[in-house]
Design a protein around this ligand. Sequence first.
Ligand SMILES: [Zn+2]
Length: 184
Amino acid sequence: MATKKKAASGTKVAAPVGLSIEVRQSSIHGRGVFATRTIPEGATIIEYTGELITDDEIEVRYPENMKGLNHTFVFGVRDEVNIDGGVGGNESRFINHSCDANCDSFDKGDKIFIRAAARIKTGEELTYDYSIEAGEPLTPDLMRRWPCVCGTKFCRGTVLVHEPPKKKKAAKKKAGKKAKKRRS
Ligand SMILES: [Zn+2]
């Protein structure tokens, strides 16, 4: 599958603040990331690290599974610049999606950081809304391939979103093939 490439330089920095988090089993999905002490709203928690890859490389590594379930470790920064948390990534790649998240993300240059969008209590699981751009209208079939199981009352049933391609895109998680189509 993936040919292992060397990450571009400068892709890794230490976690911006000394906030404590830990990775353990999550009731949402697989492993998750939890606060080991209170994290104040607005605090930058961790950088989303990984290998910098091109758009085409996403297709090679993570072609969309048209039959089963999909999941991605790739975070799109801008055109042709994506971070694959599956290669050289840190704890941040285990942060689960939620439709009612307590974290959000922001970019600075080619780096992505996860930040507390609310005050997070000790023991609480960290989540952010992956908002994976589907690049096409959300059909039931598409949503089934990219399901959300966050279980919150705001759950939209999928980790995907479909936004009109007008406003400047914020950095967000990225899917394979389908999700890229909208790019012009
Ligand atoms: Zn949900």
